[in-house]
Design a protein around this ligand. Structure first.
Ligand SMILES: CC(C)(COP(=O)(O)OP(=O)(O)OC[C@H]1O[C@@H](n2cnc3c(N)ncnc32)[C@H](O)[C@@H]1OP(=O)(O)O)[C@@H](O)C(=O)NCCC(=O)NCCS
Length: 174
């Protein structure tokens, strides 16, 4: 059975040439943009590889973000008047050849664990994502992501909900 590893992207190690998830913007990020994002600290990218392999089969990118308090459906009076601190899940993608095998779920569970850890050091109210389409939106909703009021595909998951119960991590594909 394959062992899967999720680790920080390293351009000197990981093979990103053939990655293809079916979305051009997400595919182009690895060959053309990730290096600049790392260098300029615009996002941190983590990749999924099989143990002993350098081939990227999935990745996600995280960045700090903020959401205006009025975007939350909960009463505004419960929030401060300043923007609410969040972690932005800027990208999540799995290679087409590996989709439907639990890798996307494992990457997302890893994101949520990272956010819990980070949330012990800095204020993070929620994880947010801009789903690229209806299909991606339903993927996130399966994990409890909720709609924000400022965009049809803008979703969030409160860190308090993550604390209440992380989604189970699926077994690695065989
Ligand atoms: C969305 C994506 C990351 C999911 O990764 P994956 O490895 O295929 O997902 P998993 O195998 O972990 O699937 C987990 C569950 O979500 C479901 N699911 C997977 N992709 C889905 C989608 N696009 N829409 C709705 N549900 C989806 C699966 O059926 C599975 O359900 P199950 O546990 O009942 O079997 C992947 O399909 C992908 O890269 N898509 C193209 C890019 C994209 O849409 N990224 C999201 C950016 S916002």
């Amino acid at each position: 059975m394959d062992e899967w590893i999720i680790e920080p992207f390293d351009r000197t190690i990981h093979d990103r040439a053939d990655f293809s998830c079916g979305n051009a913007a997400l595919d182009n990020f690895l060959p053309s943009l990730v290096r600049q994002y790392e260098k300029r600290r615009l996002g941190r990218t983590y990749v999924a590889v099989r143990s002993g392999s350098k081939l990227i089969v999935g990745y996600f990118t995280l960045a700090a973000g903020s959401i205006p308090p009025e975007a939350f459906s909960t009463p505004v009076k419960k929030f401060p008047l300043h923007p609410v601190p969040v972690v932005l899940l800027a990208r999540l993608a799995v290679d087409r050849r590996e989709q439907g095998r639990g890798i996307g779920s494992r990457l997302l569970a890893h994101v949520l664990r990272l956010c819990l850890e980070l949330g012990t050091s800095i204020g993070i109210h929620a994880v947010t994502v801009d789903a690229i389409d209806d299909s991606a939106k339903s993927f996130y909703e399966r994990f409890g992501f909720l709609p924000l009021l400022d965009g049809l595909f803008h979703l969030y998951l409160p860190v308090a909900s993550i604390e209440d119960g992380l989604p189970p991590t699926p077994k690695p594909p065989s």
